[in-house]
Design a protein around this ligand. Structure first.
Ligand SMILES: Cc1ncc(COP(=O)(O)O)c(C=O)c1O
Length: 286
């Protein structure tokens, strides 16, 4: 069956889906995106993703292409039309199509909206989590507003490519000696005191929706969380390490560069948190 994409009001075969070459997303990366997870027909953390979508659009003064209510319908339809039960839904809005010129085009130009859905298998993710992933480190050379989920991702893809070439699943980004986050995930460690440590929200990281829900899970489990910067040395000395994102849920990190974390296997607290996160998302969606 052909995969189906949503492009500006129409559902079209993915292989035929396209945008105008003067779309400002294509010309300037002038747009925002979201990735939402659907498991067994239910969107996880949907409200959080939609809220961040609105915040990213507002931060860049891009009009909402359609209302949140209409967007939810399209999100469901793109999953249904691809006959998927569990999926990653990608949605992207750009400032629209206009002759290439840096300043914003006038209000007459409508934003563009594109959605796709790809199969997700929770069992595969669980299998990866049972082994854990390796991460490498790379300098954080991104701009100063990475809290906006902009489609401008060159530094992220360069670091992710380096990770892949090194046989790692993610790159943790370093700024002024501190780990900010991963290229497409938030970074966490469990320190010697058994506390969870993760970079505080602000302009230097993307405030993950998974991160937010996991903070709630940690509070319910009475696990202490400290939202503060941690160094690479802190990470190397950590009892456990893990990353969070809609795509990875809670994913154990077992090696950073050449250093094994703990005994080199997924940490027990990490796995407890992964289970708690899955339970929480199912409960909220159901
Ligand atoms: C740079 C970055 N940080 C963190 C995250 C995790 O965000 P979320 O948990 O909302 O998927 C992502 C997700 O794509 C990301 O790109």
């Amino acid at each position: 069956m052909a995969q189906i994409a949503y492009v500006n009001g129409a559902y079209v075969p993915l292989s035929e889906a396209g945008v105008n070459i003067e779309d400002r997303g294509y010309q300037f990366a002038d747009g925002v995106y979201e990735v939402c997870l659907v498991v067994d027909g239910q969107f996880w953390d949907e409200a959080g993703h939609l809220a961040r979508w609105g915040r990213s659009l507002d931060a860049l003064s891009i009009r909402r292409p359609i209302s949140d209510r209409a967007l939810k319908i399209v999100m469901n339809q793109v999953v249904r039309k691809n006959r998927l039960d569990s999926a990653l839904v990608y949605m992207q809005a750009t400032r629209g199509v206009a002759p290439r010129n840096h300043p914003f085009p006038g209000d007459a130009v409508s934003p563009s909206l594109v959605l796709t859905a790809r199969r997700f298998r929770l069992e595969n993710s669980n299998q990866i989590a049972a082994r854990g992933v390796n991460v490498i480190t790379a300098p954080d050379i991104r701009w100063a507003r990475v809290d906006i989920k902009s489609i401008s991702l060159l530094p992220n893809i360069l670091a992710k490519e380096a990770a892949q070439r090194a046989g790692a699943g993610e790159a943790w980004l370093l700024r002024d000696g501190a780990v900010t986050e991963g290229t497409s995930s938030n970074a966490w460690i469990v320190n010697a005191a058994g506390e969870l440590v993760t970079h505080p929200k602000g302009h230097a990281i993307l405030g993950g929706i998974t991160r937010e829900t996991l903070l709630h899970c940690a509070a319910s489990l009475q696990i202490k969380v400290v939202e503060k910067q941690f160094s690479l040395a802190d990470a190397m000395a950590a009892r456990e390490a893990f990353l969070t994102s809609a795509t990875n849920l809670v994913m154990p990190v077992v090696k950073i560069d050449e250093k094994k974390i703990g005994d080199g296997r997924p940490g027990p607290l990490t796995m407890r948190l992964r289970e708690a996160y899955i339970r929480e998302c199912r409960a909220r969606a159901g």
